[in-house]
Each structure stands twice: as structure tokens, then as C-alpha cells.
Design a protein around this ligand. Structure first.
Ligand code: C5P
Length: 224
């Protein structure tokens, strides 16, 4: 059987990698892995079980019993935790922050490795996250690291929340983004760094369409 084709898109939160991953996968007819959602589900499980997030062993025990799956939605897929649709809960800032705490634990990352690799099915996968190109799929054919300044990312998140009718404060968002980036970048296992063979794209000043065009042309160049 032909080895399925993997494209990894890593980068910090709010860089637009999730949207880009879905667009690329749609163009190619590939599957998508939103690995951040897996960490968010793990964090939500720990929060639901009222586990002390500072205790790695208790968090690990909690997530060993979690039952997760995704169902096709109208545009994005719908995440389920222990039989419940948790699309709303996994997106709130408390879950995001808890996710970056539990994601720093080596045993949690190890436990979630096979969960993430199980998404790889023919004809291929677009995997988005922090360590897709460095740890989860080190042999991926195409690796992108999508970056944008923290200020631009905070501004985009602010607009998203306001559009959803949720009140937000841009200074608080920037602060949360900076704390999360720092934790993701400096953890001992799988820190958020571009793979040596990744193409780094700074999309601070780019439109979503030009980022998509750039990535699709990079993929096409590598197919020849
Ligand atoms: O991408 P997203 O913001 O949904 O990820 C939530 C958190 O999960 C991140 O802040 C990061 O700490 C963690 N994460 C990770 N490795 C990944 C994906 C996400 O550590 N591959």
C-alpha cells in the first residue's frame, strides 16, 4: 500500500493554521488532524474530573479513561468527549490555558501520540499543531511553520470574539497569547519550534488567500 502523504502545519495559536489546514485538506481531499483539539479535550477531561492540573499523574489517569471522537459538521468537525458534543467548551480561554498546562507533561504527550497518528489514513493527512513536523510526523513530505506577531494574533482573536458576540479585551488576549506561547516554546518535550526542514511563513501582513496560494504552490512544486 502506498504510504499516505502527510502535510504538517505548525505554529502558535491564532496564526491561522487551523483554517489553512482545513483549506489545504479540502483542496487535496485529505483528512485533517486538529491536534490542539486533542489537547483541549484532554484538558477538559481533567477539568471535568476536577483533577489538580499541577499533578501530572492525576491528569494522566483522568485522560486514560477519556472517550473522544469527532463527527463531520457543516464546516468543521464536531468534537465529542465521553459522548457529549463539547465544541463550545473546548474553545473557551480556560480550556485553552488548561490545555497548554497539560500539554507540557511528557507522559500526556506520550499517551496522545498514537491517538494523533491514528488520523493518518489514505490518501493523506493535513496535521496542524505545534510539534506535527518535529515529533508526531517527522517524515512528513511537506512541513509548514506558520507564524504571525503576537499583536496581530491578539487582534484577530479579538475580532473573532466580537463577531461571535463575546466581549473581549485586547490587552488581556495579548497577555494570554504571550503566556501560552512562552509555555509552548520553552517546555522540555516537543517545544513549539519549526522542524529543520519546515518552510517558515510569517503571515502577519498576508491575506488568508495569499497564504493558501503560497502553500498550495509549495505543495505542487514538491510533487514534480
Ligand atoms: O492549537 P490550539 O490553540 O487549539 O492548542 C491548544 C494548546 O494545546 C496549545 O496552547 C498547546 O499548548 C497545546 N498543543 C500542543 N501540541 C500540539 C497542539 C496543541 O502542545 N500539537
Amino acid at each position: 500500500m502506498m504510504t499516505p502523504y502527510v502535510i504538517t502545519i505548525d505554529g502558535p495559536s491564532g496564526s491561522g493554521k487551523g483554517t489553512l489546514a482545513v483549506q489545504v485538506a479540502t483542496q487535496l481531499g485529505f483528512h485533517v488532524l486538529d491536534s490542539g483539539a486533542i489537547y483541549r479535550l484532554a484538558a477538559l477531561k481533567a477539568l471535568n474530573e476536577k483533577v489538580d492540573l499541577q499533578n501530572e499523574e492525576l491528569v494522566l489517569n483522568a485522560i486514560k479513561n477519556m472517550d473522544i471522537h469527532f463527527e463531520a459538521g457543516s464546516d468543521l468537525s464536531i468534537p465529542f468527549l465521553d459522548g457529549q458534543d463539547v465544541s463550545q467548551q473546548i474553545r473557551d480561554e480556560a480550556t485553552a490555558s488548561a490545555a497548554s498546562i497539560v500539554a507540557a507533561y511528557p507522559s500526556i504527550r506520550k499517551e496522545l501520540l498514537d491517538v494523533q497518528r491514528a488520523f493518518l489514513k489514505p490518501p493523506g493527512l493535513v496535521a496542524d499543531g505545534r510539534d506535527m513536523g518535529t515529533t508526531v510526523f517527522p517524515d512528513a513530505k511537506i512541513k509548514i511553520f506558520l507564524n504571525a506577531s503576537a499583536e496581530i494574533r491578539a487582534e484577530r482573536r479579538y475580532k473573532q470574539l466580537i463577531d461571535m458576540g463575546i466581549s473581549a479585551n485586547i490587552a488581556d488576549l495579548l497577555n494570554e497569547i504571550e503566556i501560552r506561547d512562552e509555555r509552548d516554546r520553552t517546555r522540555s518535550v516537543s517545544p513549539m519550534v519549526p522542524a529543520l526542514d519546515a518552510v517558515v511563513v510569517d503571515c502577519s501582513m498576508m491575506s488568508r488567500t495569499s497564504v493558501l496560494d503560497l502553500v498550495l504552490s509549495h505543495i505542487a512544486d514538491n510533487e514534480q
